[in-house]
Design a protein around this ligand. Structure first.
Ligand code: PLP
Length: 442
């Protein structure tokens, strides 16, 4: 006899939603398993064999396993990796960081989670966290989960954030932190250095404004910082444009996107020691230290195998650029879109194709039909709180990208024709309705 139970999760977490991106990618996988020739441009992960983990990371993992580096590590991660990350970030930002100011986390998500939890904990009277929209779908959920209030700032095309976009939010007395993501998922936009400087100035100007308020903090999600297409315009950190910001900024980074290593779950959070100590306490509860083997492997990829790793990263960047250029060139005459400056997505408008009186009512419906009819998986804008758009992951093999883009072009053409037919049908129905009304009147 099985145990009879009536355990039900509490309604307190009913608002939690599964990631639409993950769901879409699982649907694609299921269709592929059924033997359908689906092109998967859904999930934000680079596709082998064109994007694989660097050899140094592989060699490092083998070395770590051979040396039995499989036990617990310090909760904040192995010291040598923290030292190496501190050295690299100090050099990049021109601001000194030590290993005690780094905590290794289970991926970027883990790092974002502890960063938000630490920040929200500091602020007892205010809990707003603002970020630009379209935004990675997990931000609002994470913010809510740690007790904050998500406040998206809606951007318009071409989606390049400027300091002015944040002005209203900064003025609000409940504002706790600004969350920046540059290069951005899904838009690929990078915030210009001058605008970042202005934003830093504006944030500082609010210090002490609302009496009880702690200074507004900054969280920077820099997971795509190494995937930038014009080296003259890198994605700067607010700490590098104003070193005073070190004291109120938590920087999130990791290997998922740069090393094509989304499954290995290595990320980190960087910030002032007292905040990193708090983050480490939280990590000690869930989930404990990040994967030991890949901590060592990351360390070796960044040290012993560094030259090789850097060479490979250059190759990957060239591949990303080729794909971005191809997808942009092929689609920009057909759909409104901005040329991504970084990351590996194309963020394209389907606003003119969908809506009232059209064949598909929303970008979600259009994306679903694209998958069913043309066998191409993309993520609809609804997932980024920005309906009317779609996001394509361009970090796939050139063969798949070409096939996917070709099918999208065909589907855009078919939708235009279907919309014309739909408009004619509606016109005819309107004429019929009028005629009937006239007959009745007579
Ligand atoms: N931040 C952004 C903007 C992302 O796009 C992603 C992954 O898609 C993450 C964080 C999560 O990174 P990770 O896979 O290292 O947890």
């Amino acid at each position: 006899m099985g145990l009879k139970t009536n355990l039900k999760p509490s309604s307190d977490l009913n608002w939690l939603k599964p990631s639409g991106t993950t769901e879409a990618s699982e649907k694609v996988k299921k269709m592929q398993k059924e033997g359908k020739d689906v092109v998967d441009l859904t999930r934000g992960q680079p596709e082998p064999p064109d994007f694989t983990i660097p050899r140094g990371l592989k060699m490092g993992a083998i070395e770590a396993l051979r040396k039995n580096k499989t036990g617990y590590t310090s909760t904040a991660g192995i010291w040598e990796l923290r030292e190496k990350i501190a050295e690299d970030i100090s050099e990049e930002l021109g601001v000194g960081y030590g290993p005690e100011e780094i905590a290794i986390c289970p991926g970027g998500r883990g790092a974002i989670h502890v960063a938000l939890e630490v920040i929200i904990d500091i602020y007892s009277h205010h809990d707003w966290v603002s970020y630009t929209v379209p935004a990675w779908s997990q931000y609002p959920q994470e913010i809510k989960y740690v007790g904050g209030t998500p406040k998206g700032i809606r951007l318009k095309a071409p989606f390049k954030p400027v300091a002015k976009d944040f002005e209203k939010a900064l003025d609000h007395q409940l504002m706790a932190a600004i969350l920046l993501n540059s290069p951005n998922n899904p838009t690929g936009a990078i915030m210009d250095e001058e605008e970042l400087k202005k934003l830093a100035k504006n944030i500082k100007a609010t210090d002490g404004h609302h009496g009880f308020r702690e200074p507004i903090a900054v969280i920077e999600d820099r997971l795509y910082k190494d995937i930038v297409y014009d080296p003259r315009y890198p994605a700067r950190s607010i700490v590098s444009v104003d070193p005073d910001f070190k004291e109120r900024t938590l920087i999130v980074d990791g290997i998922s996107k740069t090393f094509n290593a989304t499954g290995l779950r290595i990320g980190w959070v960087v910030g002032p020691k007292q905040l990193i100590d708090k983050a480490t306490l939280i990590l000690g509860l869930i989930p404990g230290n990040a994967n030991s083997v890949f901590q060592y492997a990351t360390f070796l990829a960044l040290t012993k195998y560094r030259k090789e790793t850097d060479r490979e990263l250059e190759t990957f960047l060239r591949r990303h650029k080729r794909r971005r250029d191809f997808a942009y060139r092929e689609l920009h005459r057909l759909l409104k879109l901005s040329r991504p400056e970084g990351a590996f997505y194309l963020w394209a408008s389907v606003e003119e194709l969908v809506g009232r009186g059209k064949k598909y009512a929303s970008s979600k419906e259009w994306a679903d039909a694209l998958l069913e009819r043309k066998l191409v998986g993309v993520i609809p804008g609804e997932e980024f709180d920005y309906p009317g758009y779609i996001r394509l992951n361009t970090a796939v093999t050139m063969g798949n990208l070409k096939k996917g883009v070709q099918r999208i072009k065909e589907f855009v053409g078919e939708t235009i024709k279907e919309n014309e037919r739909e408009a004619e049908k509606q016109k005819r129905e309107e004429v019929e309705r009028r005629k009937e009304a006239e007959i009745k009147d007579n």
